[in-house]
Design a protein around this ligand. Structure first.
Ligand code: F6P
Length: 364
């Protein structure tokens, strides 16, 4: 019997359970593959005692429409920089990757499927270079991974954010206000851009294009006549003004290497007021609502396709590769290419052109 270990790492994402179920169902078509799951990314392998579960058709039944991941996840504990608290209460990290590979060997694991975003796939590549038989499945609501047309979870996030715009429009119109909707997107503005177009926003501000507050003010003023009017701004959490900085704070959580973003919408309102913009303004920060809950049908289909493909790549020994969607095909690409640079919005992206055509101000 051969054994494949599945892990989900990084932030959760609608569609993760659908991938897990698809891997198990495809594996059960074979007679010689057993599927195991590691709890909380690779923590399940490294913890003492280990937390590894067997995945079978029975325990994955019906999970395809559940949000989150039945394997749990974390964006804190990399086997390459495992956080440990010393006696003085300070946190330090050390490399447990060789130890983990040895443990996987002792567990008779023949292959690993690592489902995760850029950080997790960078980890996959490093483990592959150390000799581990690993396959990547791309996951991120931010859609910032190269080599694949899109990632599951992204369309669900856009759907949730668009519903929010639809709701904000009615209250904005009733009160003659500007509403600023802050959506996720640390480095990539895809969620904001899709949401602004789908929701009919007036302004869209993204991390890739630092915004000019004067241009934003001018675009909003066009929507008001004698104090009457309304407008919606969609802004990525990672957006920032020309010459300014991203808004966030260090949470001080051990092993968490990011700044927790949030609050740029409030900052934008403050800047607009300072620039002399008069109408009332309110902000809404959507936060993790974009990541929770059930995946929409599109993401269920995409994640099921990716799960089946990942298991087929495992059977065929395509290690060091990541599943990718290249419409209309599922293909395998080198993980190292997928992580070589992020997939970001550029000023010449087709969608930016569409936004301009619709009269959406992109902050420049
Ligand atoms: O990378 C996905 C993402 O949702 C980002 O858009 C966001 O900045 C981050 O995760 C939030 O992470 P956490 O759940 O750790 O707060």
């Amino acid at each position: 019997m051969k054994r494949v270990l599945v892990a989900t790492g990084g932030g959760d994402c609608p569609g993760l359970n659908s991938v897990i179920r698809a891997i198990v169902r495809r594996a059960s078509e074979e007679t010689d593959w057993q599927v195991l799951g590691s709890i909380q990314a690779f923590n399940g392998v490294l913890w003492e005692p280990q937390e590894i579960i067997e995945l079978n058709n029975k325990n994955v039944a019906g999970i395809h429409f559940q949000g989150g991941t039945i394997l749990e996840t974390t964006n804190k504990c990399s086997p390459f920089s495992w956080p440990v608290e010393n006696e003085e209460g300070y946190w330090t990290t050390y490399d447990r990757s060789d130890e983990m590979i040895q443990k996987l060997h002792d567990m008779n694991i023949d292959a690993v499927i690592n489902i995760g975003g850029d950080g997790s796939q960078a980890l996959s590549q490093k483990l592959f270079e150390k000799g581990l038989n690993i396959i990547g499945v791309p996951k991120t609501i931010d859609n910032d991974l190269r080599s694949t047309d899109t990632t599951f979870g992204f369309q669900t996030a856009v759907e949730i954010a668009t519903e929010a715009v639809d709701k904000l429009v009615t209250t904005a119109a009733s009160h003659n206000r500007v509403f600023v909707l802050e959506v996720m997107g640390r480095n990539a503005g895809w969620i904001a851009l899709h949401t602004a177009i789908a929701g009919g926003a007036e302004v869209c501000l993204i991390p890739e294009i630092p915004y000019d507050i004067v241009k934003v003010k001018r675009a909003l003023e066009k929507r008001f006549h004698n104090g009457r009017g309304f407008a919606v701004v969609v802004i990525s959490e990672g957006a920032f003004p020309i010459g300014g900085e991203i808004v966030g704070k260090d949470l001080g959580e051990a092993g968490y290497e990011h700044i927790k973003l949030g609050g740029v919408s409030t900052h934008l309102i403050h800047q607009l007021k300072q620039a002399g913009f008069k109408p009332d303004m309110r902000e809404t920060i959507l936060g993790h609502l974009q990541r929770g809950g059930v995946p929409i049908a599109y993401d269920r289909v995409l994640s099921a396709q990716m799960g089946v493909k990942a298991m087929e790549m495992t059977i065929n020994g395509k290690f060091g590769k990541m599943v990718a969607y290249r419409h209309p095909h599922l293909v395998s690409v080198d993980i190292k290419d997928a992580i070589s640079s992020p997939n970001l919005v550029t000023k010449d992206s087709q969608l930016v052109e569409t936004a301009h055509g619709l009269g959406i101000c992109m902050g420049y």
